[in-house]
Design a binder for this molecule. Structure first.
Ligand code: ZN
Length: 481
């Protein structure tokens, strides 16, 4: 046999040589909730995009063995408060490639984005913040580091028409700076009138971005029930044309969460763009000095002091302890035991419900939400199929964002041309380890995670020194089309 091939034959061989990709995920169970693909495939990644999905082996500069593992779109968390390097590491180990602060939003979207540009492990983004705009206009800006404003006149008194106009101006500027929607924590600004809420929705409708809202109140006592609160925002969406996303319907709906879900379902059946989300834990968490705990909260929510728990010590509160902490200026976080497991389980199973973590450091939902859904509902209870669980974590949140940004159409999908935000996990062992006592324990079972084509979790460990995360921003920089 001659050592050298004739030139023509050499060219033929070269042309038939397999294309090489930057990264190949070899032989995993590739799952895409949009197309329904659920099959063993190789995935070829070039740059920051999925270039090829193939039943035949692909060649790559780096080949990752995904045999026996699930290959899915990276999870999109619409509701992540803690937006720092420590949280991003926990999110990555929980399978999250995009973590967005949409419930409350941030006071300064441009600053939020610039502080994270070129420094972030995962993708991030934020809503324009109605609570922040309101308390700034009413003269008590959010203290540094606070997620929600402390209760006071700026949260509890009605704004004048002139103040409402200034709140709207602030929000409009924040949307132009890249806000993915308007975050409205109405429960934290009880002074916001129905008219102020509708004016805010009107702005969202004009800009074609969603309103993400923690509804006005919780519980069964009228007026002010969970059902009334959900009805308020559905009505605001109906009369303004704004899209609406009701955050954590598990905790806002509380004992009536399923009734609240029926309201969302009914609104959708009549053509309204209303969506919702939940996290898989029975306890909520919020700041004890916030307006949620204004007088009357026990009667309204059907809770008592002992339903409040300090996360670090496990101390259950008494009336005296509560009064002291509520009056203190520090935004101390407290666990609020609102729901029995049966309600949480029924909410998570509901086909309309997206998974979102409401992530905050001292609550296990920050680190464990996604792995918990996969271990508890898919594996242990078998109450969700794996594909349905993935849909709640990927495709549905991506679609929620599509009116605000076309970039969301390349996310939440495991398809050729989609962003290479990919999670590779072991469905047999993925599990949350974070608990109320030990909330910062990372989840286990995510073997690889790619963010914009860059490996950020390799063999179950965070890769040091990589910062591929990008800011996701609204592209609605021009008036409504
Ligand atoms: Zn909330």
């Amino acid at each position: 046999m001659p050592l050298a091939l004739p030139l023509g034959l050499f060219l033929l061989v070269a042309a038939a040589a397999p294309e090489r990709y930057d990264v190949v995920l070899r032989g995993g169970r590739v799952m895409d909730p949009e197309t329904g693909l659920d099959a063993v495939r190789d995935v070829g990644i070039r740059g920051d995009a999925i270039a090829r999905i193939s039943a035949e082996p692909l060649a790559g500069a780096r080949v990752l063995d995904a045999r026996g593992l699930v290959v899915a779109p990276g999870f999109i968390d619409l509701h992540q408060h803690q937006q720092d390097a420590a949280a991003y590491r926990l999110k990555a180990l929980d399978g999250v490639t995009t973590a967005l602060e949409l419930e409350i939003g941030v006071p300064d979207v441009a600053r939020f984005l610039s502080e994270r540009a070129g420094r972030s492990l995962i993708h991030h983004g934020a809503a324009a913040s109605h609570p922040a705009a309101r308390v700034a206009v009413l003269g008590a800006p959010l203290p540094a580091g606070a997620v929600v404003p402390p209760a006071g006149p700026a949260t509890d008194t009605p704004a004048s028409p002139e103040q409402v106009a200034r709140i709207r101006d602030t929000l409009r500027a924040e949307l132009l700076a890249g806000g993915l929607g308007i975050g409205m924590g109405i429960a934290y600004t009880p002074g916001a009138t129905r008219a102020e809420v509708i004016e805010t929705f009107r702005l969202a409708g004009e800009r074609r971005v969603p309103v993400f809202t923690h509804v006005r109140s919780s519980g069964r006592v009228e007026p002010g029930s969970s059902i009334e609160a959900v009805a308020e925002v559905i009505a605001a969406a109906a009369v303004t044309g704004a899209s609406l996303h009701v955050v954590h319907i598990n905790s806002s709906g509380a004992r009536d969460a399923l009734e609240c879900l029926a309201l969302v379902e009914g609104a959708r059946a009549r053509g309204l763009d209303v969506t919702t989300e939940a996290y898989p834990y029975g306890a909520g968490m919020t700041a004890i000095n916030s307006a949620i705990f204004n007088p009357g909260w026990r009667e309204k929510m059907g809770l008592d002091y002992a339903d409040l728990e300090l996360p670090d010590s496990g101390e259950r509160l008494t009336r005296e302890r509560f009064e002291a902490l509520h009056a203190a200026p520090e935004p101390r976080l407290v666990l609020v035991h609102v729901n029995p497991d049966a309600i949480v389980d029924a909410v998570i199973r509901h086909p309309l419900v997206m998974i979102a973590s409401d992530g905050l450091g001292p609550h296990p939902r920050n680190a464990g939400t996604y792995a918990r859904v996969l271990s508890r509902y898919v594996r242990a209870q078998q109450s969700l199929t794996l594909m349905d669980a993935l849909r709640k974590m990927t495709l549905l949140p991506a679609r929620r964002l599509e009116t605000a940004t076309a970039a969301a159409r390349r996310k939440g999908r495991l398809q050729e041309g989609a962003d290479a935000d990919v999670v590779v996990f072991d469905a047999a062992s993925i599990a949350d380890r974070a608990t109320y006592r030990s909330p910062a324990e990372p989840s286990v079972g995510v073997r690889f995670l790619l963010v914009a084509g860059t490996l950020v979790v390799d063999a179950g460990r965070i890769v040091d020194g990589v910062v591929p995360g990008r800011g996701l921003t609204s592209d609605r920089g021009t008036p409504a089309r």
